[in-house]
Design a protein around this ligand. Structure first.
Ligand SMILES: NC(=O)c1ccc[n+]([C@@H]2O[C@H](COP(=O)([O-])OP(=O)(O)OC[C@H]3O[C@@H](n4cnc5c(N)ncnc54)[C@H](OP(=O)(O)O)[C@@H]3O)[C@@H](O)[C@H]2O)c1
Length: 319
């Protein structure tokens, strides 16, 4: 495993990390989730990503159980969670699709209870909230960090302008600043990471924990001939059009030829491609089975193959 600083922050994250979206608490038995986390940790992963909304809180409960059962020393891993959607449904007007102070303060305590931890390492505003002033959210996130319930905070899928505005409010009031953004980043979605956020890397030292490196499995080539049984595509209906798009799958077919040429799997090449961007602090991987964790964790062995010529060939496919 390799480790990178989270932007300008003092902590280091493993270049490949592990998240629990659409797996923990929903599609996996608890034992499978624990097995996957254990395999990731054994491979050197030190960052485990979660969110309040994943499986309505169940994902945090399962991750908490895993941490307890695996018996890891607290200094050896980082855990995150994220807030925005809430888990009490639309009727909870102050705890649904919001970043207001009351919601954030109460939500973090409940997440800690589910995780069985006295602090999480990172908390994120899972989406921007146009109805809460950024200033209110910045004060709340900063206060949570100041209280010791979280150590760092950041955003997910905010615009560069929103992140910059939050940072400036924190600077002006001597508050804890956002240090990290969590955007989607894979061969089909590059604009935010490569263009929009570019000015923030040096300017405010923004770190990145990027998600869906395999575009939900599309980049593995498993959807070339339709939706395989037991896959994410089978269970998550709203992803089906994206995963079976013929044009995308033709690109994946050409991409697989490059992986063949190198002697790795398409999943490993896609992960290595993402990790080869050094603006990315960590690539959050996901897996429904432990075999996928074993395969994916070997991706850094392919990093040396990411030559400028190869990157150009990959760019040409996905242009
Ligand atoms: N901040 C946000 O808004 C946000 C949004 C999404 C995700 N995330 C975070 O990012 C993490 C990773 O996202 P993701 O799960 O979408 O990542 P991904 O790597 O794009 O997709 C992971 C899925 O692809 C399939 N897969 C993984 N490795 C494979 C392999 N070697 N061969 C074949 N299939 C393989 C598995 O699904 P099947 O086996 O079921 O097909 C697995 O669950 C999440 O767990 C979460 O922590 C954050």
């Amino acid at each position: 495993m390799q480790y990178r600083r989270l932007g300008n922050a003092g902590i280091k994250v493993s270049v490949l990390s592990f998240g629990s979206w659409l797996t923990f608490g929903s599609r996996q038995a608890v034992e499978q989730s624990i097995e996957c986390m254990g395999a990731a940790y054994e491979a050197g992963v030190n960052f485990f990503d979660n969110a309040e909304v994943y499986s309505g809180g169940q994902s945090e409960t399962v991750m908490g159980e895993a941490i307890k059962e695996l018996g890891w020393a607290r200094h050896s891993y980082l855990v995150s969670t994220k807030f925005f959607w809430g888990i009490h449904g639309e009727s909870a007007i102050n705890a649904h699709w919001t970043l207001n102070r009351k919601y954030l303060m109460e939500a973090v305590d409940k997440s800690l209870e589910r995780l069985g931890l006295d602090h999480v390492d990172l908390i994120y505003c899972h989406r921007p909230d146009p109805e809460t002033p950024i200033e209110e959210t910045v004060w709340a996130m900063s206060d949570i960090v100041a209280s010791g319930r979280a150590l760092y905070w950041g955003t997910s899928e905010w615009s560069a302008d929103e992140i910059r505005a939050a940072w400036e409010i924190a600077e002006r009031h001597h508050l804890r600043k956002p240090v990290v953004e969590q955007p989607e980043y894979n061969l089909f979605n590059r604009t935010k990471v490569e263009d929009e956020y570019r000015r923030l890397y040096e300017d405010i030292g923004l770190g990145l924990t990027t998600w869906s490196p395999l575009a939900s499995g599309l980049l593995t080539g498993k959807y070339l001939d339709g939706i395989p049984e037991g896959s994410r595509g089978e269970s998550v209906k709203w992803l089906q059009d994206l995963l079976t798009n013929p044009e995308s799958n033709e690109k994946v077919r050409s991409f697989m030829a490059i992986a063949d040429d190198i002697g790795c799997t398409a999943a490993q090449l896609a992960l290595a491609w993402t990790a080869s961007n050094t603006d990315v602090s960590t690539v959050i991987t996901g897996a429904s089975r432990v075999e996928q964790v074993h395969e994916n964790m070997k991706a850094l062995g392919v990093l040396a193959e990411m030559t400028p010529e190869r990157k150009e060939a990959i760019d040409a496919i996905f242009a």
